[in-house]
Design a binder for this molecule. Structure first.
Ligand code: NIG
Ligand code: ZN
Length: 430
């Protein structure tokens, strides 16, 4: 059996992001993209086998495959940007329904938390998700994954958290596993039973924490359904103490910690993430200076979600302060039906640049190699280096800054997933 071969040549800018597979980029390092002008890349069996100038790649391939013709798919990048596939490290992918009516309520003055406390928000999506079959959830989520793919995302993290009973949380995670098996986009699962206090436990929140800790986490671990455990640590949802108990139990069962931290109130989620050595702390709109410093010391990745600030009409996270403090920053859509209903990482990247003052180069780092580290995949994806998975994009842009300049359109032309063309010209390729 011959392994599938792919060659991309004639990139105007080949954005490699090489050299950060062991640890995410921080500070000035976030601006180092390892660009090769006039570059090329080749893959065999889904793995990158050559990266360099076109001449270097040709030489490596002659050594490896002999004289051409090579029986390979050869793509001409036409002097455009070639870069790693985007990684989205924070989504609530698997759910049923939509919540457009809440946008109108918010425009009329209701807040996100008021809607949740009145039994709407996450709780209304929970009702819809409980009522859906696994097949229905798989179908709805496949449509979302298709959109992710067309917008250049080749790996997503997906959280549970719209089940809020043991059976329903396991159902969501099984759908995520099924999507990973059936869709070209890789799906990395996170258990987030602590996403909201379900109505049944409204008067007994600690009883719900008991259920998460004593029943849900052991079952999730037993079935091997998730790699990470996440908590919505927020005033009126899960306290710092409750969050700590849940995340420590998750860690005992082998689930690495993530946390929705300091999104609406400055509760101390960033400090907790640092104390626990969490892989990432996400949102951070209200993170304190001390929390940010502690994250830098502990090496916690900050996953910033500017789509959420934009859609909730809230002040954006302090990306500049966070980067300058030495915290590695990643970006994500936070795809969910309430606070960020988009699969477009390119739009998120535009928002990060124009509303959080991240440079075009930092935005690329945050959406590739640093995002890969935020889900424990830094050694496998997120950069174009020999031995890594051949997930890459040809963009309709002559250079990196152009990607943030020509906003509001989908800049992705070709998506290569594991060495095969998975989408081109805005359509999936089977
Ligand atoms: N903030 C908590 N969870 C999600 C929103 C989920 C929802 O509204 O359905 C978030 O990350 O923004
Ligand atoms: Zn979220």
């Amino acid at each position: 059996m011959t392994l599938e071969r792919l060659v991309i040549r004639n990139a105007g800018q080949l954005v490699t992001l090489a050299g950060s597979s062991d640890a995410p980029k921080t500070g000035a390092g976030m601006s180092e993209l390892g660009i090769i002008e006039g570059g090329g890349v080749a893959a065999e069996g889904g793995i990158i086998v050559a990266v360099g100038t076109d001449e270097e790649v040709e030489r490596i391939l002659r050594d490896r495959w002999g004289d051409p013709p090579w029986n390979a798919t050869v793509l001409d990048a036409k002097r455009r940007v070639v870069m790693p596939g985007l990684v989205d490290p924070h989504t609530h992918l698997v759910f049923a329904g939509s919540r457009e009516y809440e946008l109108e309520m918010r425009l009329n003055g209701a807040t996100y938390m008021e809607i949740l406390q009145a039994g709407g928000g996450i709780l209304s999506t929970t009702q819809a998700t409980r009522a859906a079959t696994e097949e229905e959830l798989h179908q709805e989520s496949t449509t979302r994954l298709d959109q992710f793919l067309l917008h250049g995302v080749t790996t997503v993290e997906a959280k549970s958290g719209y089940g809020l009973t043991t059976v329903e949380e396991l159902k969501q995670l099984r759908v995520a596993r099924w999507l990973n098996e059936t869709h070209p986009v890789d799906v990395v699962s996170t258990f987030m039973g602590a996403h909201a206090i379900p109505s049944e436990y409204k008067t007994d929140p600690d009883g719900y924490v008991d259920l998460v800790v004593k029943e849900m986490i052991p079952r999730v671990a037993e079935e091997g359904l998730a790699e990470f455990c996440d908590v919505f640590c927020e005033a009126g949802v899960f306290s710092v103490e409750q969050s700590e108990r849940i995340l420590r139990t998750g860690a005992e069962y082998g689930l690495a910690s993530k946390i929705h931290a300091d999104e609406i109130e400055p509760l101390g989620g960033a400090e907790l993430a640092a104390r626990l050595g969490a892989v990432s702390a996400d949102h951070l709109l209200k993170a304190s200076d001390a929390g940010i410093r502690a994250m830098a010391e502990a090496g916690v990745v900050a996953v910033l979600l500017p789509g959420t600030a934009f859609f909730l009409m809230a002040p954006f996270a302090r990306a500049r302060d966070i980067i300058e403090a030495g915290v590695p920053v990643a970006l994500s859509t936070d795809r969910n039906p309430g606070s960020s209903p988009t699969e477009s990482m390119p739009i998120i990247m535009n928002l990060a640049c124009l509303n959080m003052n991240m440079t075009p180069a930092e935005v690329i780092t945050a959406s590739t190699i640093n995002a890969a580290h935020a889900i424990g995949r830094g050694r496998a994806i997120g950069s174009l280096e020999v031995g890594k998975q051949a997930d890459l994009l040809i963009m309709d842009a002559p250079n990196v800054p152009y990607l943030q300049y020509h906003f509001g359109v989908n800049p992705v032309d070709v998506v290569v997933k594991k060495g095969k063309v998975a989408a081109a010209g805005g359509r999936r390729v089977e």
